[in-house]
Each structure stands twice: as C-alpha cells, then as structure tokens.
Design a protein around this ligand. Structure first.
Ligand SMILES: Nc1nc2c(c(=O)[nH]1)N[C@H]1C(S)=C(S)[C@@H](COP(=O)(O)OP(=O)(O)OC[C@H]3O[C@@H](n4cnc5c(=O)[nH]c(N)nc54)[C@H](O)[C@@H]3O)O[C@H]1N2
Ligand SMILES: Nc1nc2c(c(=O)[nH]1)N[C@H]1C(S)=C(S)[C@@H](COP(=O)(O)OP(=O)(O)OC[C@H]3O[C@@H](n4cnc5c(=O)[nH]c(N)nc54)[C@H](O)[C@@H]3O)O[C@H]1N2
Ligand code: SF4
Ligand SMILES: [Mo]
Length: 828
C-alpha cells in the first residue's frame, strides 16, 4: 500500500486566519445568519491573496472527485482538480464537476426562503423570512404528527448531496419520532430487492448469524459492497473475457474518482492478453464507442431471454459445471430443489429445457426472436464464454431498471453460476463491479434509534402512498415492518432531490395527484435552483452549496483508492442561503430539541469530530491539523474477488440465504408468489425466467409501435447540471433513433420530434444513428421537464419521465418503467 500525503502550494484557506463568528463579506454586506460560517474566517474573503480551497464534487454520480478552488477576494476565480500524488491516484473531475463554479455563481440560484402563492406546479412563489419558513415547517410537522402520526411524514428520495453532513433531515425527523422509512433506491431498486433471494443479504442475519427473515420478504442487499462482486481491477488483473450487460463506465463512472480509468486499464490488459470485451447494450454506448467490434446490440428488456438461451447451449453441449451447481447452489435441477418444490418440474433446468412451467425450450432461435440477437451469434457467444478461463461477467444497472428487472438481474447472474466461474481469479458474480468497502469517515449520525416508526415502503411507492396509502399492505404493495400502512403520506420532505416529478416517473400523473391538497397536505423542498419538483413546494428553501461551507467526504466509487477531502468555504453563499444543518437545528429548537440535534456541536465541529473519530479507528490518517493543511488524503486499496470466501469454504462462509447457498430456486420467493396480490400479467418467479414485463417485449401497438429506453447522460448527473448551458452544448439532449425508423417517418438528423407514449408527450431533437438497435429509441434521462401543465402538457424539455408510465414492478414495486416504455415518434 502506498500512501500519499500532499502539501499544497499555498496555505490552506481556513488556516490563514483563526477568526470565528459573524462574517464580513467582500463587498461589504453581512449575512443574515451569524452562524452560517461559524468557523469561517472574516478577513480571508478579502485579504487579496490568491488561495487554494479544497472541496469535492458531491453530486450523485458517485465519483466525489476532488476540487481545488482558486479563491481571491472572497470569490472563486477558477477551479482546478486533483493533481496530488501519483497520476493513478488522482480523482480528477469530469466536465460536469469542472463546471461547478457556474452552478455556484448562477443567476438562477435560489437565495431566499419562499412560500407558494400559485397552484402546485405553477411555480409562483413569494419571498418570506427564515423565521416564517421555520415556524411554518415546525407547525406543519407538529400538526402532521399529532393528527396522523409520524408515518404520514416521508422524505422523498433525493440523492443530490453526498457529504458527511449532507443529510441533516433524517437526523431531525428521527428526533421527532421518525418518518415512513424507504426501502431500496432509484438506482438499483429491482436488483437490490431480488438479489437478497439469490445471493443473500447480511441484513437478514442477526448478530449470531441466525436468519431473521426466513419466509418473509428480505431486506436490502447492498449492491454497493465488495462481498458479492469483484472489482473492475480484478478483470484487469486476471480476466481473459469481459462480458458487460448494460454497463457503460465511460458515461456513468466518469471522472478520476470513478472507475472509467480502471475500465481503460481493463481494456488494455484483457486485449493485451488476447482476450475480448463484449458490450451488450441496446445502443453502442460511449464505453464501446471507438471499439464497435465490442458491441452486441440487444433489444432492451430482453437480457433474460439471451441468458436463458446461453444456458440452453451450455446444457445441450455439456458445458455446465454440475459439481459446482450441486455443491454451491439450490434448484438448478431436481436433485437440489427444496422438498416443497420437488417432483413438479420446477427446476431451472426444467425451465430452460422446455419441461418447466411454460413447456417452452429456450433455444437460441426462441431467444433470437425476442432479443433481436441472431441465433448463431447467441451460439458463438455461449461457446466464447464457455471457452474463457476467467470470464468477468458484469451488469450495469440498465438491465434491472426495467419492468422485468428482477428477473433480468438474476438471469444474468446465472451465467457465471452455471459454469462455476465465480469466486475465482479474474471472474465476477454477474453483479455490477464492486465499489470500495472502506469509508474512512462516517456521516452525521441519523439517530435512527429515536424513530418509533417500523413501517417501510419501497421508495418508488411514495406516490401510491400519497394517493391511497391507507389501502397499502405487505401483500399488495410491498409494505414492510407493518401489515398495513396506518395512513397515507401527508407531509413530503424533499432535500437535494428532484424526485417528486422529474426523476420519479409519469410526471403528468404526479401532477394530478399532488393537485389534491387534501391528499398530501404539505410539501417542503430544499434546493439550490428552481427545479420542476421545487414548483410543487409549499415552502421552498434555498440551500448553501458545499463550496460555500466546510465540506468533507470520502472517496466515491473509485476502487483503487480510499480517501478523504476536507475544505471550504471557497466563497460566501448568495443572498440569504444558509446551511441545512443550521436550519435543521432551528427547526429542532421549535420542539425544544436543539441540544439533542446539535449535541453541542456546530457543523464545523461535527466535521472535525467525525474526521478525528475516523482517523482514530483507522490509525493511518493524518491528524486534523494536517488534513486541514493538505486538504486531500488518499491511499491505495487492494482489489477484491466477489464471493471468494464462499467459494473457498462454502460451509465456513455460507451465504445469508435461508439455505446458505446460491438460491437459483428461492423457496421464499415461491411463497411470496403464492401469497401476494398481483395484478393481471404480473409474475414473481422462484427461478430467473424471461417475462416481457409491462410495456416490455411484445407490448408495442399500432399507436405506439416503438420501444423506448433511457440511459444516464454525460452532460448531467440526473437532472443536476441540467440548467448549465455550456454542458448542454457539449452533449445535447437528443433522442437516438436508427436510420431505419427515422427514414420510415421522414425524420432527419437534427429534426425536432414529437415522442408520445401512453403517459405523455415530449419534444426532442433527433440523433439519427446506427448506434441504436432498430425498433427502439433511446432518451437520455434527467432533462428538465418544461410543460404548460394547465395547457397541452407537452414537455418541451424532453424529460423521459413525461413518457414513463407509473406501474411499480411486481416484486420490489420499483421504478422499472424508467427504461421500459412504448412510444410513437414523428416530426414535430
Ligand atoms: N426515467 C428515469 N428516471 C430515473 C432514472 C432513470 O434512469 N430513468 N434514474 C434514477 C436514478 S438512478 C436516480 S439516483 C434518481 C436521481 O434523482 P435525484 O436524486 O432527484 O437526483 P438529481 O436529479 O440529481 O437531483 C438532485 C437535486 O439536488 C440538488 N442539489 C445539489 N446540490 C445541492 C445542495 O447542496 N443542497 C440542496 N438542497 N440541493 C442540492 C440539485 O439541484 C438537484 O435538484 O433518478 C432516477 N430517475
Ligand atoms: N454521467 C452520468 N453518470 C452517472 C449518472 C448520471 O446521471 N450521469 N447517474 C449515476 C447514478 S445515481 C447511477 S444509479 C448510475 C446509473 O448507472 P446505470 O444504471 O448502469 O446506467 P444506465 O445508463 O441507466 O444503464 C447502463 C447502460 O445500460 C443500457 N441499457 C438500458 N436498458 C438495457 C437493457 O435492457 N439491456 C441492456 N443490455 N442494456 C440496457 C443503457 O443503454 C446504458 O448504456 O450512474 C451514475 N453515474
Ligand atoms: S465524475 Fe461525477 S463526481 Fe466526478 S466531477 Fe464528474 S460529476 Fe462530479
Ligand atoms: Mo442512481
């Protein structure tokens, strides 16, 4: 392990003065809130010397790349990124991160607390004082808790702030007795839920290792750890064939703090060994761009059919590892099925060979029809994977973000399982590549123990819980912790998220449900700019950004290093913006709980405390004074092979499934399938099967003859950065359409088009390109919704969630619709 400690060229910003207290600002005005920069230096903003202030990119692309703000006279002049230590250890920001100064200084920043004066969604607000905003919020919280109980409060998903003090909201709400809990997340909803049944989840075990959820729906599986998946660096080290399903690090893991760099090294190493990369995607994504021989086009939402046909090939050619399947797994064939399933042709092998429940043999010809991958290509792929010594099979989260995503995820994982190629050098479990399992510093404690709310809902279900929460149960809505929700959601709290409308799904439907103010009675939104979700707020609060306060966080998804960045503020927040920590403390004060919230610490003192606690536990980190001087600390991380311990010693290291083995057949799922209320066409299967899903394969109609899927886009992180014009110019919001589909509609490259789905209609520029499979269009997710909601509701902004229909998936009740849509396209 190499350690890098860095001396900066100029003295650290905060170290330049020790002044505490109220802030005198360059330009003369003083802030309204004396506590805003309680540890910030008064003179530092105006002392005329150019200084470097360290900070970080805290948006949810996960990279947490390092920023070096160059500051003079209290203003950021320009920004550099990480240039500390060896090249290979540098968390260099991508173009989005490098535009953060434009966000900080943007004229559209929210600068005052506001209350809504128009209808929800109309965007009409009036400035109010902090006192009025805080009193209103406290009153509404009290009223909601007294009238309906804490279960009626819900913090909507909001991923825009990764910082150790980035989540004061949960701490405050837990202190007040709690809020309705969320299950899973918008990133990995289907995967996180279903993988518990296949690979197990340590959260299913008590402290003695006993199963606590046998027969019940399982709680979350972490797709963010390194237990179940291998690092990308493992592919670089030892794989001879990398097979990627819907995984594009060059788009979704950009920046030096991410793994795009690892991926570049993977390509060099694997190809250097004479190996190959295969990238299975409905479009030739940026990771395969320039390497078109790597692209294997597939119809979206059909990966499970492809995987099933590969399984068929391996079975008929005797290429599966039967010893592995019998020793480590449950349910491949009759021999290892649980008693309850024996003698009924319920095994995976039965399903593949045409003796299972649907009596259809999963031949390459069967799959070719569904996937649009020719049968011979499927055969060749099967034999190429079987011939590899160390196939690294990996999926991004695109395939699972479909209405049949729960099955797609497991079906892909079947590939390494069937040939026993997991837990070994150079291989992977079929999961997304692992993320680091070391966090050098913890976050502001959420005080979860103070919450008395046991009820949880899948995150994507919040809209149903607003609409008809009191009808939602464990078996009809995936509610956990209680059999039935006691009431609907009455108070929505959105912090650093745009998930009320833009990022949720079916914006038109959200709009209609939120118009009825007797359902959700109060909405609080807290952001830095007027997002589409913010237009629905009853109270809208302006937040100080992390560049405007002391900030600390660990590394992001980088696998090869762990680290911490500490620094700031680089400049003053505009107008009346305050830190969310201070505002939450003021709300707590209205309940007589200020001390309980702060525990006597300012935000800056919390950061120091969290750093010192982390450093003490770690033993290798710089002191607080040292990190304040150097800003960044990093050290290398070793790679990891997923499920290596289990592979080496299945009895000593059993999985956290009921059997301790990989459950190809899950008895728990079979039980759920029998006891849950499902809608027509919804299936939950104990084995990984191909099902078309809602608005999936075969659902196109004369009115909506094309499939549509989304993808995460370079110019934004979801909707974050969506208002930065320079970024939009670099990578425009365009609909990808194949020349075959474009010609049939008289559409040419650059034409403005109308895209219509059963849920709504958008306008978007066409990118006519053979880089997308015919019959499907691709739309970058996260563009800003822009429609007259009292008029035609046509979304000129081209937000994909105007098109997605709200229909939570059968098992996880998740956002599979995000990538499963049917549409018609015409020239606008
Ligand atoms: N159709 C479709 N929908 C999707 C997806 C998809 O692929 N397709 N992807 C889903 C996924 S994976 C995710 S994670 C979600 C993401 O959805 P969100 O979590 O809503 O992510 P963002 O759109 O980035 O919104 C983050 C918000 O935080 C704000 N913000 C940034 N910094 C600060 C700050 O310092 N303080 C405050 N208060 N606010 C700040 C930003 O301005 C922005 O409005 O979207 C999901 N929605
Ligand atoms: N630039 C940028 N980076 C980001 C984000 C961002 O918004 N912008 N968001 C961050 C977050 S929070 C998350 S959760 C991750 C998201 O990471 P992912 O979920 O992995 O990203 P997606 O772009 O939705 O999907 C990955 C790839 O899958 C493809 N795909 C979609 N459907 C299918 C399918 O059915 N089968 C196959 N084989 N491929 C399919 C898409 O074309 C895309 O290339 O990215 C993170 N990184
Ligand atoms: S890769 Fe992600 S974390 Fe890094 S600078 Fe870009 S947006 Fe920020
Ligand atoms: Mo995400």
């Amino acid at each position: 392990m190499s350690e890098t400690a860095h001396a900066v060229t100029r003295r650290n910003f905060l170290k330049t003065t020790g002044a505490l207290g109220a802030l005198a600002v360059a330009g003369g005005s003083a802030t309204a809130a004396g506590s805003l920069f309680s540890a910030a230096p008064a003179q530092a903003f105006a002392d005329g010397e150019e200084q470097i202030v360290w900070s970080q990119c805290n948006v949810n692309c996960g990279g947490c790349c390092v920023f070096q703000w160059h500051v003079k006279d209290g203003k950021v002049l320009y920004m550099e990124t990480d240039n500390t230590g060896e090249d290979a250890l540098q968390a260099r920001a991508c173009l989005r991160g490098r535009s953060m100064r434009r966000w900080l200084n943007h004229p559209d920043r929210l600068t005052q607390p506001m209350k809504r004066v128009g209808k929800r969604g109309e965007g009409k607000f009036e400035a109010i004082s902090w006192d009025e905003a805080i009193q209103t919020i406290a009153d509404k919280l009290k009223y909601t808790i007294e009238t309906y109980g804490n279960e009626a409060i819900y913090r909507t998903y909001g991923s825009g702030m990764h910082s150790v003090t980035g989540n004061p909201s949960d701490r405050l709400l837990n202190l007040l007795g709690g809020k309705l809990n969320p299950l899973y997340d918008y990133s990995t909803h289907m995967l996180q839920c279903v993988m518990t049944y296949m690979y197990g989840s340590s959260s299913n075990l008590d402290e003695n290792g006993n199963h606590v959820t046998l027969g019940k729906p399982a709680t979350a599986f972490s797709p963010y750890d390194a237990v179940n998946a291998s690092s990308m660096t493992e592919a670089e080290r030892a794989s001879d064939l990398v097979v990627m399903f819907g995984n594009s690090p060059a788009e979704t893991r950009m920046g030096g703090g991410n793994i795009v760099w690892d991926f570049a090294r993977v390509r060099e190493a694997v190809k250097g060994r004479g190996g190959r990369i295969i990238n299975i995607d409905y479009r030739l994504n940026e990771s395969a761009s320039g390497h078109s021989d790597e692209w294997l086009p597939i119809r979206p939402g059909t990966d499970a059919a492809l995987a099933s046909a590969i399984a068929h090939e391996w079975i008929v050619n005797d290429q599966i590892d039967l010893d592995f399947l019998h020793t480590y797994c449950v349910g491949y064939d009759e021999e290892t099925l649980p008693e309850s399933a024996k003698g009924q042709n319920k095994s995976y092998r039965d399903y593949i060979m045409g003796t299972g429940y649907d009596m259809v043999e999963k031949t390459p010809e069967w799959a070719a029809e569904i996937t649009a991958v020719p049968a011979d290509t499927i055969r060749a792929l099967a034999s190429e994977i079987a011939a590899a010594d160390a196939p690294f099979i990996v999926q991004g989260w695109g395939p699972q973000r479909h209405t049949n995503g729960e099955d797609a995820t497991r079906a892909i994982c079947m590939l390494p399982i069937l040939i026993g190629k997991l837990g070994l050098p150079g291989t992977n479990t079929g999961q997304r590549e692992a993320e680091p399992y070391v966090s050098l510093v913890g976050g502001l404690p959420s005080l979860a123990e103070k919450s008395h709310v046991t009820a949880s809902i899948p995150v994507y279900q919040w809209l149903n819980a607003v609409d008809h929460g009191e009808e939602m149960t464990a078996t009809n809505a995936g509610v956990q912790g209680v059999d039935k929700l006691p009431c609907g959601i009455k108070f929505l709290w959105e912090y650093a998220g745009n998930c009320i409308t833009n990022q949720h799904g079916d914006i038109n439907r959200v709009h209609d449900i939120l118009q009825d103010e007797s359902k959700c009675e109060f909405i609080l939104v807290w952001d830095t700019v007027m997002t589409d979700s913010a237009k629905y707020a009853d109270i809208l609060l302006p937040d100080a950004m992390r560049g405007e306060q002391l900030n600390m966080y660990t590394q992001g998804y980088a696998e090869w290093y762990t680290g911490v960045t500490v620094g700031g503020p680089a400049q003053e927040a505009p107008g009346e913006c305050r830190t969310s920590y201070d505002v939450c403390a003021d709300i707590a004060d209205k309940f007589g709980l200020r001390e309980d919230f702060t525990e006597g610490r300012t935000q800056e003192e919390w950061i120091q405390y969290l750093y010192e606690t982390g450093a003490e536990a770690d033993g290798n980190m710089p002191t607080w004074d040292e990190i304040r001087e150097q800003g960044v600390y990093k050290r290398e991380l070793p790679g990891k092979i997923g499920l290596e311990d289990f592979r080496n010693d299945p009895e000593g290291h059993p999985l956290a499934t009921p059997s301790g083995k990989i459950e190809i057949y899950s008895e728990t799922l079979a039980n759920i399938a029998e006891t849950w209320d499902l809608e027509d066409g919804e299936t939950i299967s104990p084995i990984p099967v191909f099902t078309p899903g809602f608005q999936g394969y075969g659902s196109v109609t004369e009115e909506y003859p094309l499939y549509a899927a989304g993808f995460h886009h370079k110019s934004r992180t979801h909707s974050s950065f969506g208002f930065i014009e320079e970024l939009e110019k670099v990578a425009r919001q365009q609909m990808w359409i194949n020349p075959v589909d474009a010609e049939a509609r008289g559409i040419e490259n650059g034409d403005r088009c109308a895209v219509k789905s059963p849920a709504g209609e958008i306008r978007i520029e066409a990118k006519v390109t053979p880089r997308i499979i015919p019959g499907t269009i691709g739309i970058p997710q996260g563009a800003w919704h822009n429609a007259n909601m009292d008029g035609d509701r046509i979304d000129e902004g081209g937000c994909v969630n105007t098109l997605s229909t709200y229909h939570p998936t059968p098992l996880s009740k998740g956002n599979g619709n995000a990538h499963s849509m049917i549409v018609q396209v015409s020239k606008a």
